[in-house]
Design a protein around this ligand. Sequence first.
Ligand SMILES: *Cc1c(COP(=O)(O)O)cnc(C)c1O
Length: 434
Amino acid sequence: MLYYSTNHKAADATLEQAVVNGLAEDRGLYMPYQIKKLPQQFFDDIDKLSFVDIAYQVANAFFGEDVDADALYDIVADTLRFDCPINKVEEDIYSLELFHGPTLAFKDVGARFMARLLQYFIKRQNKEGLVNVLVATSGDTGSAVANGFLGVDGIHVYVLYPKGKVSKIQESQFTTLGQNITAVEIDGVFDDCQALVKSAFMDKDLNNHMKLTSANSINVARFLPQAFYYFYAYAQLKKIGKEKDFVICVPSGNFGNICAALFGHQMGLPVKRFIAANNANDIFYNYLQTGKYEPKASVQTIANAMDVGDPSNFARIYELYKGDHAQITSLISGSTYTNEQIAETMKQCYAETGYTLDPHGACGYRALKEQLQPGEHAVFAETAHPAKFKETVEDIIGAEVAIPERLAEFMKGTKLSVECSKDFADFKAFLMNR
Ligand SMILES: *Cc1c(COP(=O)(O)O)cnc(C)c1O
């Protein structure tokens, strides 16, 4: 399968090139020329299949032309070593819990899948030398990527994070690992980390010295596997006879997750409509209302993984529907919530149903409460375990949130960070010596 750039000014790429390069040369995002439909038989039998078998069928439609079947099955099975259950919160509203992976983040699936696919391509090329993944994080992405790539040979990961600006729990998830993971503690803010990564990709000396790539949701191998979740959600609803008029609601930041669900829809997944739930960062919401896409500086919220002022995967959604605003608004609606509304929703949901929402999932739940129509059955993506935002959640709901064993284990480890200033010259010198 060939991939083209959403900016239409770069050469077509193979899957391997798209995964290794991340972004196209014209700074556009890679899109596949075709999205294959899955046969009706697959949907008829989907409730009898396991998560791994469902995901393999989906992965095969995307990647089957370019990856050997046994290898692809192994990659899928290795990625999905956990479940992704639905949980009834109230009549016709189900929480799709995406947080049962190694770092309790839905990003675990894309990170692991990308790590294994990259490894497959490196082995196939049989080339000497490492591929180096640079990733800037404000918390969640760094832990998912570090754990996804941990122990994968041929790849070294550098996680850049702002000193003193990530929570202790998050920091422990990527600074204690060792092996092929190096955490770089930058004396600055998140934007400084991101600027260092961008400068590194553009620096000639560095690129001659080492092979560099990125691992955020612009990468096709990171965002597409998130489609697995939505096929499995449909299967679970079908099992209990609740799959009719299926609505999917996704709390969105960079829009990689909902974009994967939209790809699923293009493959034939029977979804009636989608809702993109936002916090105060309302760029997509405004686009739906006005037809104008106007990025702006992000604002900080309690659902901070969605604090994005220029969602990178918007370009993919726009491309998927050829920029047809009417078509987009007939399939996708939006919502936007303030911190106060998010907190109120978490509190109310806990008091009325006993279900603990995290601030991100709360946006999704509230959008369904407000917009679900009679006869519809819906899932909202619960994107993070509430314990990851322990203090915030406890303050709001007035009850204790237990830390899962897996998180507690990370916190016992020893911090192994390298310190660095926010000057590119220092960061470059550090990498040139590796
Ligand atoms: C990354 C993240 C999001 C946003 O997902 P996108 O794919 O960027 O839209 C939402 N919630 C949590 C908890 C996240 O970590």
